[in-house]
Design a protein around this ligand. Structure first.
Ligand SMILES: N[C@@H](CCC(=O)N[C@@H](CS)C(=O)NCC(=O)O)C(=O)O
Length: 214
């Protein structure tokens, strides 16, 4: 059985869960409770020395970490339905959107970053929220402009589902979770609302995860 090492509220893990659902791949969750620092347990560090979720582990033990690497791997192994367009320029554009989220927004909002702010810079809840919302806003300004220019109200790129959409919805979820204002991003919010109605997104959302509190 293939295992996704994840956590119900991990947005990087949710990206992978969406792609797995879109492609109809069967998998099992091995949940690591981030609030209890289980991502740093010795056994998990042997699989992923970075101590972050998600990691993807196949039946023979082969494991790969980093959500975007996992998404690209799944795309190559299970090419249909495709989550990358076929034309090289369009593929580069989708990857550019993915990296805006996965490289420039998400890492600044990570638990280990906010823990560091609290522990080493004495940041209280208000300051941490300000930090989170600031960096999300920076990224969303660029994404809103790109989404607006390309004109689709259903997808971040073109007229079909791509890895950019797979990364957008969990990031919007994070923004809402931390109460970051989204009034300036009507295109992104509209795209997010449409995507959230798609089964692969709805069924994999954090609250539906078997590890979510009931
Ligand atoms: N770039 C990594 C980021 C992974 C990541 O930051 N995961 C978070 C959950 S969304 C995590 O494990 N945080 C634990 C921590 O910060 O200690 C990826 O895309 O997989």
């Amino acid at each position: 059985m293939t295992i996704l090492h994840d956590y119900w509220r991990s947005s990087a893990s949710w990206r992978v869960r969406i792609a797995l659902a879109v492609k109809g791949i069967v998998w099992e969750s091995y949940s690591h409770d981030l609030t209890r620092n289980e991502q740093r347990d010795r056994d998990y560090l042997t699989l992923n020395p970075q101590g972050l979720v998600p990691s993807w582990q196949e039946a023979d033990g082969w494991t790969v970490a980093q959500s975007v690497a996992i998404l690209e791997y799944l795309e190559e192994r299970f090419p249909t339905p495709a989550l990358l367009p076929s034309a090289p320029r369009a593929r580069a554009e989708v990857r550019s959107l993915v990296q805006t989220i996965a490289c420039d927004i998400h890492p600044l909002n990570n638990l280990r970053v906010t823990r560091y702010l609290r522990e080493h810079w004495q940041a209280d809840d208000a300051r941490v929220t300000d930090w989170l919302c600031h960096w999300m806003r920076e990224g969303f300004i660029a994404l809103e402009e790109r989404a607006r220019r390309q004109g689709s109200t259903r997808h971040l790129h073109g007229e079909s589902l791509t890895l950019a959409d797979v990364c957008l919805v969990p990031q919007l979820y994070n923004a809402k979770r931390f109460g970051c204002p989204l009034d300036d991003f009507p295109t992104l919010v509209g795209i997010g609302a449409y995507l959230s109605s798609i089964t692969a997104f709805a069924e994999t959302r954090p609250e539906s995860h078997p590890g979510a509190p009931r």
